[in-house]
Design a protein around this ligand. Structure first.
Ligand SMILES: Cc1ncc(COP(=O)(O)O)c(C=O)c1O
Length: 436
């Protein structure tokens, strides 16, 4: 069979999609998969994805990270089906699942006292910022270059600024409200002095400081303990809520989030992705006095709303996912496996004299070409060799391994990945790196 034959149905479908869906995929980031050839998937199971042409790939994309236990996980799906059988939405009062999952989040996440559910990470960060603005009466927020917190105007600023726009408030999209961008201050990640300076200058006007405690939107920047502690001290001193966006780190890296791992407790926490192993479920949680503003009585005026918030199949999936993560020490397994992928890939890059590095943490890793040294901030990610990464992604895809060809993104592992996947990945990476 020629290579063309193996993608024929995918190409037909992508062509049809381009007529009715902008860019031929639901998001611009998803359309980047076409950079290494048209692709349309129709099923997924465990660690694999299968295309409409019947080609099967080992999946390192995992839907941008939510799939932490593996695709079509039997127990998670059975839990969701159970909720479907009981009716998917009541939309008044409460339901046992809402209480049970909220209680689990309060138990697991050290700083969380109350929880409000929603359906996506972007909603969670939006709600967190509204709660913080209401609490402080201030409008400005501080975020960090290279951190992604969703698509809304408050936060889609300076995620991937070009080098010449570093230090500016760089809007990531056309059509954004200039007032929102102006109120979103930016600083370099891991720079405790910059944080002190912003807090000194704007502390009285700040509503929140928000960060990915481990920024994975640019591969992986590991936080300096001093940086996290400075953030905590400086914000506490001025009563500015500190928001951890744990949309990736929560439940993928630890059942207790990055806050449990690094021992620094924020005031508000956003979780999504791995919380539901792929089902749409997310939450904002945090200090009782902050969350209670959304209580709906006359004195507490923050609106948090959403027809589908606390959707029951999502919550049933979340309960099962959280229980599995805790009972089966999923993170212990994934950390060990992740270390072996990272070490193996590093050795291969060294053997083949390929300039680059492998960054990552626990179940996440990213080969980055043309840059060396441990990245500390977004500026250290600039200059990576995008063409070489795309060539690597294309070569690996030809050999049956799928990940997005976007060089700033990351590989993810799930509980369904095992030693066989590891050996075949490293064997094939050996060939592909030899050709780079
Ligand atoms: C750290 C982080 N925060 C927020 C979001 C937004 O989540 P969602 O895509 O569910 O709106 C993402 C999505 O990739 C993310 O990685």
């Amino acid at each position: 069979m020629s290579e063309r034959d193996t993608t024929e149905r995918s190409s037909e479908l992508v062509d049809r999609a381009r007529n009715v869906v902008p860019g031929g995929a639901q998001t611009g980031l998803r359309a980047q998969a076409y950079d290494t050839g048209d692709v349309a998937f129709e099923s997924a199971s465990g660690a694999t994805l299968t295309t409409v042409d019947g080609e099967t790939f080992v999946d390192y994309h995992l839907g941008f990270g939510p799939i932490v236990l593996g695709h079509a996980h039997e127990d998670v799906d059975a839990a969701a089906h159970g909720a479907i059988d009981d009716g998917v939405l009541y939309g008044a009062g409460t339901a046992p699942l809402e209480v049970e999952v909220a209680e689990r989040l309060v138990d697991l996440l050290p700083s969380v006292e109350m929880v409000n559910f929603c359906n996506s990470g972007s909603e969670a960060t939006y709600h967190a910022i509204r709660l913080a603005r209401a609490f402080t009466g201030n409008e400005k927020i501080l975020k960090f270059e290279g951190c992604y917190h969703g698509w809304h105007d408050y936060v889609d600023v300076s995620v991937y600024p070009p080098e010449e726009r570093l230090g500016e408030q760089y809007p990531e999209s056309d059509g954004m409200l200039s007032a929102a961008v102006e109120n979103t201050l930016v600083a370099p990640f891991n720079d405790a002095d910059a944080v002190r300076k912003v807090l000194r200058e704007h502390g009285d006007d700040l509503a929140a400081v928000i960060l990915e405690p481990v920024p994975h939107s640019v591969g992986c920047l590991l936080p300096d303990q001093e940086f996290l502690e400075t953030l905590r001290e400086e914000t506490r001193e001025r009563d500015v809520p500190l928001v951890f966006d744990e949309v990736i780190t929560g439940f993928r890296h630890s059942p207790h989030g990055a806050q449990g791992e690094f021992g620094v407790e924020p005031d508000l926490t956003c979780v999504a992705k791995a919380l539901g192993n792929g089902y749409p479920v997310a939450a904002v949680g945090g200090r009782e006095d902050l969350l209670a503003q959304a209580g709906g009585d006359n004195e507490s005026g923050v609106v948090i709303s959403g027809t589908y918030s606390g959707n029951l199949p999502g919550l049933a999936a979340a309960r099962e996912t959280l229980d599995t993560i805790v009972e089966e020490d999923v993170q212990g397994y994934l950390t060990d496996l992740g270390d072996r992928y990272r070490d193996g890939l590093r050795d291969l890059m060294a053997d083949h004299g390929v300039e680059g590095r492998v960054v990552g943490h626990r179940s996440i890793f990213s080969p980055q070409f043309g840059v060396t040294g441990e990245p500390k901030s977004y500026a250290d990610v600039l200059g990576l060799d995008e063409e070489r990464f795309r060539a690597f992604a294309a070569g690996m895809r030809e050999r049956g391994h799928f990940f997005t060809p976007n060089p700033y993104k990351r590989h993810h592992l799930s509980f369904a990945h095992d030693d066989e996947h590891l050996s075949s990945y490293l064997d094939d990476a050996d060939d592909v790196l030899a050709d780079l």
